[in-house]
Design a protein around this ligand. Structure first.
Ligand SMILES: [Cu+2]
Length: 372
């Protein structure tokens, strides 16, 4: 039977439209019962500090499971540059950024968040990957001396930021004091390129970028405070100016250079996950590329290819897959080069392997300009 709309469009057009319309219909959500969730296998994951990521399967083995994580929150002073500048830091699991979690689509994330009584403030966690209740923030607000356990279903694939979000100015203050991290939700059958073909990585690194706002004294030197409370009013004033004093990878200037440089070998595919919870950034690998880049970080969208620089929106995490083709030291920077060089947003990759003259060769070394 034809609807009036189909009659108007004509039968032929309607038959073309029909499959599209059917596909667009939203499937009724399925709700697993508590008994069904209780019957799922459970896995306890020990988190590791960035830039490293806990061991995980890229292609899921078996069906969905409940993945358990535990994260203590630690308020502590941290040194954020070579000059010994101290930030009154706030951390998930003791690191800035917080550790990266990895699960698969359809898994349940079960996080126990702990606020030890050595802390002074309430904290919580807002997962951009989760649905409802402020991303879990409304269900996880805990005072010092409390812990809470939240479960959410990983329904969307990609890399997603998580961050502390207590209330009011506490939200940006906790975030720019270090409280963000990333969760990666992989498709059950792993990553794919734009043609739907499987992609795998040999190594994965997590680079979390932070903008810090450290107050200065009358002489222009960075101030040191006894406690978070002492630093709050001055820090808020600097924050409101929106000009960061530091823009760093993994909590401090130089956290990923020199002896802390990231390692890789020629021929290895490296997945670099990059997050920023507060401010836009633009990662660039000097002398390399992004072979496949999920700029917005969501694996349901095909990756962009062959990028020179990619854009990470404040409040998101993206990822880039690159197979190194030449040995050497590569700088991986925020390509606002002032932020990279002056404010700290630089990491290094040290890549071992054979140089490929076909890709690049110095034909004649620097020499005085020839005079005719
Ligand atoms: Cu907090």
């Amino acid at each position: 039977m034809f609807t009036r709309r189909q009659a108007l469009l004509g039968a032929a057009a309607a038959s073309v439209l029909a499959p599209t319309l059917t596909k667009m219909a939203v499937a009724a959500p399925t709700h697993a019962t508590e008994a069904e969730i209780a019957g799922l296998p459970r896995e306890k994951v020990t988190l590791v500090a960035p830039p490293h990521v806990h061991a995980h399967e890229q292609v899921a083995k078996g069906g969905p499971k409940v993945v358990e994580f535990t994260m203590p929150i630690e308020e502590k002073p941290v040194v954020i540059d070579d000059e010994g500048t101290v930030l009154q830091g706030m951390t998930f699991d003791g690191s800035i950024p917080g550790p990266m979690m990895v699960v698969h689509e359809g898994d349940y994330v079960e996080l126990t968040l702990i606020n030890p009584d050595t802390n002074t403030m309430p904290h919580n966690i807002d997962f951009h990957a989760a649905t409802g209740a402020l991303g879990g923030g409304a269900l996880t607000l805990i005072n010092p001396g409390e812990e809470v356990t939240l479960r959410f279903k990983a329904t969307r694939t990609g890399t997603f930021v998580y961050h502390c979000a207590p209330e009011g100015p506490m939200i940006p203050w906790h975030v720019v004091s270090g409280m963000h991290g990333t969760i990666m939700i992989l498709p059950r059958d792993g990553l794919k390129n734009d043609k739907g073909e499987a992609l795998r990585y040999d190594r994965i690194y997590y680079v979390g970028e932070n903008d810090f706002y450290v107050p200065r004294d009358a002489d222009g030197n960075f101030k040191t405070y006894e406690s978070h409370g002492d630093s709050y009013a001055d820090t808020l004033e600097v924050m409101k100016g929106l000009v960061p004093t530091h823009v760093v990878f993994n909590g401090a200037k130089g956290a990923l250079t020199g002896e802390n440089a990231l390692k890789a070998k020629v021929g290895e595919a490296v997945l670099i996950v990059h997050s920023q919870a507060n401010r836009d950034t633009r990662p660039h690998l000097i002398g390399g590329h992004g072979d496949y880049v999920w700029e917005q970080g969501k694996f349901a969208n095909p990756p962009a290819k062959d990028l020179e620089t990619w854009f990470i929106r404040g409040g998101s995490a993206g990822s880039a897959l690159y197979t190194f083709l030449q040995p050497g030291i590569y700088a991986y920077v925020n390509h606002n080069l002032i932020e990279a060089v002056e404010l700290g947003a630089t990491a290094h990759f040290v890549v071992e392997g054979e140089w490929n003259d076909d890709l690049m060769k110095q034909i004649i070394a620097p020499r005085p300009i020839a005079v005719n």
